[in-house]
Design a protein around this ligand. Structure first.
Ligand SMILES: C[S@@+](CC[C@H](N)C(=O)[O-])C[C@H]1O[C@@H](n2cnc3c(N)ncnc32)[C@H](O)[C@@H]1O
Length: 423
């Protein structure tokens, strides 16, 4: 059995460290999968691409890559991380943005306000804005976002700035009045002094540019391939049948993960950049796979599609004896994953592989063996489980976005399921 723990390996090379994203997959694990189950020039799909680990690795290994995520911020991050941006272009635009921002902030401090500046410094209106953001921070973020939006530059460079911008908010030490926003249940935390947004932005830019330069250097030695991240729902992928050489994905967990709750503080400032209003963003939170939001209807019955799956049914029935609410929630997760597997099977070429990285959990002291349930679901779609490897999650490196108590037990083992299409 291969050692897939990668405990001592650097996982933040190239652009992998560009953005803190909850439950990122370790790059060496993706590399392992791509090396053994695909060849250069082939096309890899990640239907729940998150911050883009799969498509970055695919690019670094000379594969074409396509990623989908329902979350527009994830899509943006994945896109930026997987496509090289020339540092000269970043530098050129950054010089202008920096100068304009500094001028505005000084004018704001000295009270020499014009009506145009007042407008640039006016933050967007969203619920609890002044609770989460100090007034000075809000003004600086507004000015920065204005100049990112309105300085002339190529779109890929602008997107790079937006990723840097979002990383000021979605961070362990955020400029918002919150700690650890990447964990889904962040709590209010007052800074002793309002953080200096522009200084923090400069620090982020220095680091990100270094990472992008490294990524670009590595890409230069590899034949150019296409990598694209799109907004899309993994349950409804509209790709042609049998066009994908390999799938690699780490789906959301069955419990307690709420990406929109973590991301909304950044999305509120980036509506235009994302092409998504905050209202629309929040409204679609219940349709994320694994979301605990949304009405589940009254009563409880086994899902029609899952009825012929013995293990799946027994796990859900056992849960229902303890908590109908939890049983419905977990059943919805499995029903969603059933649809995802259906799509994977359709778009995958004959005899090719799909690698799914999942974590089992404990809910109300009942074991939810997600890895075994997904193996059963895969089988029911004609995907044979060829290998199942367990690996230890390096809790120090991986940002786990949920509360341990939701799982009842320390979650440090995940499973790497290797499926092969045989039908
Ligand atoms: C565990 S994360 C993936 C992390 C990724 N492997 C990485 O390294 O960054 C799971 C992702 O699934 C996405 N997701 C949830 N529901 C989805 C759906 N219906 N379709 C596509 N993506 C979805 C979430 O937005 C989240 O980004």
């Amino acid at each position: 059995m291969p050692d897939l723990d990668f405990a001592t390996q650097n996982t933040l090379y190239a652009t992998h460290g560009l953005h803190a994203y909850a439950a990122k997959c370790p790059p060496p694990l993706v590399k392992y999968g791509l090396r053994y189950y695909s060849k250069p020039g082939e096309t890899i799909l990640d239907p729940m691409v998150g911050s883009g680990t799969t498509i970055v690795e695919a690019r670094l290994m000379g594969r074409h890559a396509l990623g989908y995520d329902i979350d527009p911020l994830a899509r943006l991050i994945a896109q930026v991380k997987s496509r090289a941006v020339h540092d000269n272009h970043i530098e050129e635009a950054y010089k202008i943005i920096k100068r304009r921002c500094e001028k505005d902030v000084i004018a704001l401090r000295t009270g020499s306000l014009t009506s145009a500046l007042r407008q640039r410094a006016t933050p967007p209106d969203f619920p609890n804005r002044d609770y989460w953001f100090d007034m000075d921070v809000s003004a600086a973020l507004s000015i920065l976002s204005y100049h990112i939006s309105n300085t002339s530059m190529p779109e890929n460079v602008r997107n790079f700035f937006w990723v840097a911008f979002s990383s000021l908010i979605l961070a362990k030490t955020s400029v918002a009045n919150a700690r650890d926003i990447i964990h889904s249940r962040h709590h209010y935390w007052q800074h002793s002094e309002p953080p200096n947004v522009l200084e923090k932005f400069a620090t982020r830019m220095r680091l990100m540019r270094k990472q992008m330069v490294e990524f670009q250097k590595r890409c230069r030695t590899i034949p150019n391939t296409v990598s694209e991240a799109r907004i899309g729902d993994a349950r409804q992928l509209k790709l042609r049948s049998e066009t994908i050489d390999m799938v690699f994905t780490s789906p959301p967990y069955a419990t307690a993960l709420d990406y929109p709750r973590a991301h909304f503080l950044a999305v509120a400032w980036m509506e235009k950049a994302l092409g998504f209003s905050l209202e629309k963003y929040r409204a679609q939170a219940p349709i994320y796979i694994g979301s605990e939001r949304g009405r589940q209807g009254d009563g409880f019955a086994i899902d029609r599609q899952l009825k012929r799956l013995d293990l799946t049914q027994s796990v859900v029935t056992q849960l229902a004896e303890e908590s109908i609410k939890q049983a419905k929630h977990v059943q919805r997760y499995f029903a969603d994953m059933y649809k995802v597997f259906e799509k994977i099977e359709r778009i995958l070429k004959q005899f090719r592989h799909a690698i799914i990285v999942v974590c089992p959990s404990h809910i109300r002291k009942i074991e939810v063996p997600t890895h075994r349930v997904l193996a059963e679901i895969g089988r029911s779609h004609g995907l044979k489980l060829k290998n199942s490897y367990s690996r230890t999650i390096n809790l120090g490196k991986r940002i786990l976005p949920y509360m341990q108590e939701a799982f009842g037990k320390r979650m440090d083992t995940e499973y790497v399921l290797v499926f092969q299409k045989i039908s």
